[in-house]
Design a protein around this ligand. Structure first.
Ligand SMILES: C[S@@+](CC[C@H](N)C(=O)[O-])C[C@H]1O[C@@H](n2cnc3c(N)ncnc32)[C@H](O)[C@@H]1O
Length: 261
């Protein structure tokens, strides 16, 4: 389905968890001089103006990234990401591709998949002018499986589907074991929505047991009426070590407490 456009949701509470965990992991990785292949299967447009027509139609960012009082007065684990955003908000909010390109070092190369024609065009306009970046208008699950890190290159991949239909859950259950077999050393990050009716639980348990790493979740709505409403979100990190896992857990726990206030 190609109706989803992330501009309506950019900077919301799900993005806060996803982008702050991603920032923590990539910022740490940027200190490693070894070459890195960074892939996103579901890139969207890369960066957002949180005052534009899409963002202000839903106002989701107002409860998300725009609600923080500033880095110093915010939960400590969120502060590095909020400092990174300091001169960018509200007109240049970095989506995951922009964040990765800005944070990772020059030894990194990037492949971004985006199927939606409008989003693809915007992503090309936002990030296309860099030799290290390849942007492909094709299915990110199949397209990524045709890639291989070069000799001596590490690999990190982010999967961030919209979950508008059950097909993304089925695709992830099929794709992830294949990907772990194909790339025995790649680290994989998956964003997972937490639904009021817990429909994601089986998939979350299945994915998190595929390898070592973390599941870091935080909630914001304890009593929704709608069974398909999101009550929170989680980041699953496969093959990540203790330091990355501790950072992800700290961010999720502090957000959970912050949003419960
Ligand atoms: C949740 S958005 C991604 C947001 C982005 N990762 C960020 O945080 O800035 C999901 C995107 O995936 C795209 N998409 C959906 N199915 C896809 C597929 N099979 N392959 C590639 N892109 C897809 C949608 O058009 C949408 O732009």
């Amino acid at each position: 389905m190609l109706s989803y456009q992330h501009g309506y949701h950019a900077g919301n509470r799900a993005d806060v968890l996803k982008h702050s965990v991603l920032h923590a992991i990539l910022e740490q990785r940027s200190r490693n001089p070894k070459p890195l292949l960074y892939i996103e299967s579901h890139a969207a447009r890369g960066q957002y103006d949180l005052t534009d027509r899409q963002a202000t139609k839903t106002n989701e960012a107002k409860l998300g990234v725009l609600a923080f009082p500033g880095a110093q007065a915010s939960p400590p684990a969120l502060q590095p990401w909020l400092r990174h955003l300091k001169d960018k908000l509200p007109h240049n909010y970095p989506g995951s591709p922009r964040l990765a390109v800005d944070v990772l070092n020059q030894q990194s190369r990037f492949v971004f998949f985006e199927k939606h024609p409008t989003e693809f065009k915007a992503l090309k306009a936002n990030l296309g002018d860099d030799d290290r970046i390849l942007i492909k208008k094709e299915d990110g699950y199949n397209g990524a499986l045709r890639l291989q890190p070069r000799r001596g290159e590490d690999m990190i991949m982010l999967l961030d589907p919209s979950y508008e239909t059950a097909s993304d859950m089925e695709a992830l259950a099929d794709w992830t074991p294949r990907a772990l077999r194909k790339w025995p050393k790649a680290k994989i990050l998956i964003w997972l929505p937490l639904f009021a009716d817990h429909r994601e639980e089986e998939l979350g348990a299945f994915l998190s047991e595929l390898d070592t790493g973390f599941v870091a979740g935080s909630g914001w709505d304890r009593t929704p009426d709608d069974p398909s409403a999101l009550t929170g979100s989680a980041m699953i990190g496969l093959r990540f070590g203790g330091a990355d896992s501790r950072k992800a857990f700290a961010i999720a726990a502090q957000l959970d407490a912050y949003w419960a206030q």
